[in-house]
Ligand binder design. Sequence first.
Ligand code: HEM
Ligand code: HEM
Length: 195
Amino acid sequence: MGERKPRGAEAEDPTYSVTARRLHWWTVVALAIQVPLGLFMVRYGAATNFAEPTGKLYDSHKLVGLAILTLLLARLAYRLAHGAPAAEPTVELWQKTASHITHWAIYALLIIVPMLGWLAISYYGPFAPFGIKLPTLAGQDDAKAREVFHWHRLAAYALVLFIGMHVGAALFHYAIRRDGVLQRMWVSAGRFRSR
Ligand code: HEM
Ligand code: HEM
């Protein structure tokens, strides 16, 4: 799916480009903040009857979430324009299929999860994290807000599940199968393709 056929000087290069790797690891860092923040703020708010800093935690979660959506749209555009290096040569067909399904599910959920959060918060009324007025996607409707938050939560859990499978697969390739898959996306991959 969207795999670029190697050609010319790139035919030998098995690594993702510097840009693709940067976008990958920035997403990892942002999600490593966003998911624990989401889980913590909800429970802290419930335990303290929304005492401060709950409001600030919620506002941070909303802004980080919109930043992740923006980053993901840039990443997806880059991915569709530049493709990915051809699969690691020893990887079997079932592994290729499983990785494509997981990667594209992650891309889809990284759009669906923040869009559901944004839609749900819009149903609650004006959207102004830290006083910054941002566009709302719908008119006020508290019942719909609750329903869409339910889907936001479920989609976020599904995202975490796919990421868990993805990281498990990366470690499987590195520690058990001992092939070159992890190196393709590693922060300082041996070869530096500039695009
Ligand atoms: C990739 C981006 C995002 C991820 C991974 C994410 C993840 C999460 C998680 C894990 C929770 C806690 C669920 C629970 O256990 O109760 C949560 C709750 C929440 N999220 Fe997000 N979120 C994202 C983006 C957004 C955005 C863009 C907004 C709003 C603009 C938003 C608004 C909220 C709100 C208000 C809650 C609390 C819901 C409640 O009280 O039930 N999130 N999110
Ligand atoms: C928030 C966590 C993560 C997300 C959302 C994520 C997402 C993705 C996506 C969407 C791809 C597909 C790239 C493409 O072809 O367009 C990818 C590739 C890759 N990721 Fe992650 N990733 C995460 C964490 C990790 C971690 C922690 C590792 C290493 C332990 C890792 C290792 C890899 C590797 C090796 C590839 C390349 C796979 C291949 O060669 O086909 N990822 N990741």
